[in-house]
Structure formats: C-alpha cells, structure tokens
Design a protein around this ligand. Structure first.
Ligand SMILES: Nc1nc2nc(S)n(CCO)c2c(=O)[nH]1
Length: 158
C-alpha cells in the first residue's frame, strides 16, 4: 500500500457538492482507499486573483495504484465533474493535485511529486497539517528536502 496526499480545490458552482462528489468518485476507484479528509477551508484565490474564492481540502489516502495511474484517476474525476480547462489558472469546478506519494520523488513531463508549489500554498499546507499521518513537520521536512535535491540535480549541482 502507498501513502498519498491529495489537494482538492473548487471555486465554481455548488462548491461543497463538487468536493463531496469528487470524494465519492475517488472512493469508487478500485485501489484507492480514503483514510482521512481535512476540514473544508474557504480560501482567497492564489495566482490568478480575479476569480471567486475557493473551498480547499486535503485528503490522506492509501492506494495500490502507481503515481501515473493515480494521476489518471484524478484527471478522470476532474473530467467526470465537468472540469473545463479554459483559463489556465482560472475558475474550476474541481482541481485535484497529488501532493505526496510515499516519500518518492517523481519528476516527469506531466507529474512532479512532491507537488512543486505546495510549500508556497497555505491552502495546501494548513489542511495537510490536519491529515498528515506523521508529525507534519517531519513529513514537510522530508518532502522539502526531496524537492531541494531535485532542484539541485536539475541545476546540475549534484
Ligand atoms: N486558494 C486557492 N487558490 C488557487 N489558485 C489556483 S490556480 N488553485 C487551484 C489549485 O491549483 C487554487 C486553489 O485551489 N485554492
């Protein structure tokens, strides 16, 4: 079994209903076992600020899926809930991001884990603290050093 943390966000339509529907769709996926769901946080938009406020949660789950299978499962939940990618950072019915997958570092064209922007996002870190299986600081330090190593490798320093 693999420990994973997912960030969910929505700022269009019936936002609470979108979160509930996304959780239900994840539960229906074979090989995903939802363990803990954070409280719902209402958050000001980060990045593209001219849009409605978001509802954000973080989910701790266990999975038999590979990271890429999990990415596909998250993308299928987004599509099933009618996610239309109009403005890149614009409003969306639902957004699912993979934050952490065990203590793995993954760096590919369409998947980077730990999520590269998670450390600058309070709307991720605060609900992550609510559900992180290990003491949050330990989990955060592990993920942050992994990201630093990846960046060092990227810059050819190592
Ligand atoms: N508060 C907040 N701001 C955001 N900006 C983007 S893009 N997103 C989508 C997640 O990448 C969010 C979000 O979920 N919450």
């Amino acid at each position: 079994m693999n420990d994973v943390y997912l960030s969910l966000g929505t700022n269009l339509g019936d936002r609470e209903q979108h979160l509930k529907a996304a959780i239900d769709l994840l539960k229906q996926k074979e090989g995903i076992f939802i363990k803990t769901i954070s409280p719902i946080y209402e958050t000001a938009p980060v990045g593209y600020v001219d849009q409605p406020s978001f509802l954000n949660i973080v989910v701790y789950a266990q999975t038999t899926m590979t990271p890429f299978e999990l990415l596909k499962a998250c993308q299928s939940v987004e599509n099933e809930l009618g996610r239309v990618r109009t403005i890149r950072w614009g409003p969306r019915t639902i957004d699912l991001d993979i934050l952490l997958y065990n203590n793995d570092n993954i760096e590919s064209e369409n998947l980077i884990i730990p999520h590269p922007r998670m450390f600058e996002r309070a709307f991720v870190l605060v609900p992550l603290m609510d559900v992180a299986k290990k003491p949050f600081t330990e989990k955060l330090m592990q993920a942050e050093s992994a990201l630093k190593n990846m960046n060092l490798e990227q810059e050819g320093i190592r």
